[in-house]
Design a protein around this ligand. Structure first.
Ligand SMILES: *Cc1c(COP(=O)(O)O)cnc(C)c1O
Length: 392
């Protein structure tokens, strides 16, 4: 059999305006970045606190390589656990207000590991319509019965619980804490109350909440004061914590169970020492300088207000993720291209990452953007929006 079907499929993807290509960065993800050889204001990084270029974080990664070498040499249960790994697990538990935490190679693996270990074919999963793809994949892999509720709709969730919970052994309610493409926050207090009423487990994917929300950057659970009521707090090192790797924080019992049952923990190589040390240093800086969280929030407010006053439709919210709604893939791509011409980079997000008709530019802001950076970005948005007719 030949591979012509791949070319045909790619043609269909192109015709729908959904083809994707790699953008290449020279140097770090910083407020001013080199994208495909051009200097642009970067409005696209998940390194929200800018700790990926912090001297202390960079030095810690280098020191870990000098001390532990590159690579971790094996899975967590065989040779992949160093003193750094255990130290980071303790620090993450402290950040999340839990007894313990379990590190995985990526956030994707943490979701797959936790969900497939906790529920199976006799169980029920209730999942928000806009949950991250790694949650959806994990739910499918678990073979539990999966029911999707309308985004952040607690009434739908309550109705599903009332109707479906009785026929199942266990029930897991899983939601993003901060939704990655919409930047809004899950109604966690209501979800916890429903879970308690119906005897369900609650799991929060706080990839975008960790190091962003809450007085100490503890995430959505901290923001809402829900310690002890969310059974599974998943997070990633790859966003505000400026590194690579994922984790689950929870009770000692949960963590001990996951170390024995979560397949990506057992069958994949442990995060490398440099990544673990970088995350540890990022947590230390965050603890010492919580004002970084305030700078991030101030920058998000400024950019949101600026974009709105230019006439853009920005989805409401209080996170550093500012979705600028456009509609169809073509105009979203045109706006992104015009924005680059004008000196700023924000990616067009199209289906299947977002529902049809809601293509958008996903603008994200960093604590390290200066006032001048934000003004340059807004000027670029003004020029690009008028040129493409997205704003009057
Ligand atoms: C990025 C992300 C993940 C995956 O984390 P990685 O560490 O990049 O694998 C999971 N969930 C959400 C909501 C994310 O945004």
């Amino acid at each position: 059999m030949n591979l012509d079907f791949l070319a045909e499929e790619l043609d269909r993807i192109r015709a729908a305006g959904l083809h994707r290509r790699l953008r290449t960065f020279a140097g770090p993800q910083a407020p001013r970045a080199q994208v495909d050889g051009r200097p642009l204001i970067l409005l696209a990084s998940n390194a929200y606190l800018g700790l990926n270029t912090h001297p202390e974080v960079v030095a810690a990664a280098a020191a870990a390589v000098a001390e532990f070498g590159t690579g971790s040499g094996g899975s967590r249960l065989i040779t992949g656990t160093s003193t750094l790994h255990r130290q980071l697990e303790a620090e993450l538990a402290a950040l999340k207000g839990t007894e313990d935490a379990v590190l995985f190679g990526t956030g994707y693996q943490a979701n797959v590991g936790a969900i497939t270990a906790l529920v199976g074919p006799e169980d029920l999963i209730l999942t928000d319509k806009l949950n991250h793809a790694s949650i959806i994949d994990a739910c499918r892999l678990s073979q539990a019965r999966m029911r999707v509720y309308r985004h952040n709709d607690v009434e739908r969730l309550a109705a599903l619980l009332a109707r479906e919970r009785p026929g199942h052994r266990r029930c897991l309610i899983v939601t993003d804490g901060v939704f990655s493409m919409d930047g809004d926050v899950a109604p966690l207090p209501e979800i916890c109350a429903l879970a308690e009423q119906h005897e369900a487990l609650v799991m929060v994917d706080d990839a975008h909440g960790t190091g962003v929300l809450g007085p100490r950057g503890g995430g959505t659970v901290e923001q809402f004061g829900l310690h002890g009521r969310v059974h599974v707090q998943m997070g990633t090192l790859s966003k505000a914590l400026a590194s690579q790797g994922g984790f689950v924080a929870g009770s000692a019992l949960l963590c001990e169970y996951l170390r024995n049952r979560a397949r990506p923990f057992i069958f994949s190589t442990a995060p490398e020492p440099a990544a673990v040390a970088a995350a540890l240093a990022a947590l230390a800086v965050l603890r010492r300088e919580p004002e970084r969280l305030e700078r991030l929030r101030t920058n998000a407010r400024k950019l949101r207000a600026g974009l709105t006053s230019l006439g853009y439709r920005v989805l409401p919210g209080e996170t550093p993720i500012l979705p600028v709604l456009v509609g169809e893939p073509g105009p979203a791509l045109a706006l992104a291209a015009a924005l680059e011409e004008a000196g700023a980079f924000a990616p067009a997000i199209r289906p299947p990452s977002v529902p049809p008709g809601t293509s958008r530019l996903r603008v994200s802001v960093m604590a390290t953007h200066t006032e001048a950076d934000l003004n340059t970005a807004l000027a670029a948005f003004a020029a690009a929006g008028r040129r493409t007719g997205v704003i009057p």
